[in-house]
Design a protein around this ligand. Structure first.
Ligand code: SAM
Length: 295
């Protein structure tokens, strides 16, 4: 089996529109189905994920298989595709055959899969995500980013902009802090609605997230999630006010972290958020079930 013979057999498969018609894959909104049928585009997305020839590529939601074809044609050694819509599984059968053992399709829910058990490292996640669950999926991957080498993910453009935003940007948000604490992030491609079938209402963008290794253990990730939630929950408020939902004396922890109490969440750098999280870790936070570490 050679890469060329796999790419050649994939090239002889029927066009995606025919697959969709033959398997009656009318797009379901409830499953976030906006398909990519232009193989030039899917090729670009697959290439944006870098070298796929070692380890395991995980694709969430292969649908009719446009991006999956591209991943295999671009040299992925092993692709594990997780799909919730049973209709797509049959539609993908010819591609599984053409892949000569390189494609495994799992019927399942990407929100509950154990990603660590899917195949040998390095694990690269590449997906045109269902937008209705894109953010929960990303948060879950960030929590388990140790085992992930890279993520190349299609989001609504507005979400992509939040992921890569810097302090002071209008899009700077809780998601920006959580993503950039754990990963290097950048937008690698933007796409208009017409690139999809059916077209969504908004533009889209592929974000590349590369987890930082070794794991940045400079603060407790679960507590960072709570701190950013409290701070951005009232983003226009000064931190001495917004942090009251988490700690009884915000001024004390802000002073410990060397942050003026009059500053706002939208101005704080990721490093300042981690300093603040370390300071808060020394306090008793009954609401979050967190108590300070023993002396
Ligand atoms: N990858 C295909 C493409 O680019 O044309 C389809 C992408 S479409 C935006 C999202 C895909 O995710 C659909 O095939 C949908 O059925 C699937 N999906 C939706 N929710 C899912 C879930 N919870 N777990 C796994 N797949 C899901």
């Amino acid at each position: 089996m050679t890469q060329k013979s796999i790419a050649d057999s994939i090239a002889t498969l029927p066009p995606l529109r025919e697959i969709i018609k033959a398997h009656d894959l009318a797009a379901r909104k409830s499953l976030g189905q906006n398909f990519l049928l232009d193989l030039n585009l899917t090729g670009k997305i697959a290439r944006s994920a870098g070298d796929l020839s070692v380890g395991t590529v995980v694709e969430v939601g292969p649908g009719p298989g446009g991006l999956t074809r591209a991943l295999l044609s671009e040299g992925a050694a092993s692709v594990v595709a997780i799909e919730k819509d049973r209709r797509c599984l049959e539609a993908l059968a010819p591609l599984v055959l053409a892949s000569q053992g390189r494609l495994h399709v799992i019927e399942g829910d990407a929100l509950t899969i154990d990603y660590g058990a899917l195949g040998p490292a390095p694990l690269k996640i590449v997906a045109n995500l269902p937008y209705n669950i894109a953010t929960p999926l990303l948060i879950n991957w960030l929590r388990n980013a140790d085992g992930i080498a890279s993520l190349s993910l299609m989001f609504q453009k507005e979400v992509a902009e939040r992921i890569v935003a810097l302090p002071g940007d209008r899009a700077y948000s809780r998601l920006s802090v959580l993503c950039n604490w754990r990963c290097d992030t950048r937008i690698s491609l933007t796409l208009p609605p017409q690139a999809f079938t059916p077209p969504p209402k908004v533009s889209s963008a592929v974000v590349s997230l590369i987890p930082k290794h070794p794991d940045p253990t400079d603060c407790d990730p679960a507590l960072l999630e709570l701190v950013t939630q409290a701070a951005f929950g009232q983003r226009r408020k000064m931190l001495r006010g917004s942090l009251k939902s988490l700690v009884t004396q915000p001024e004390t922890v802000l002073e410990m972290a060397n942050i003026a109490p009059t500053r706002r969440a939208e101005e704080l750098s990721v490093a300042e958020f981690t300093a603040l999280t370390r300071a808060i870790a020394t306090q008793k936070i009954p609401a979050a079930g967190i108590t300070p570490p023993p002396e």
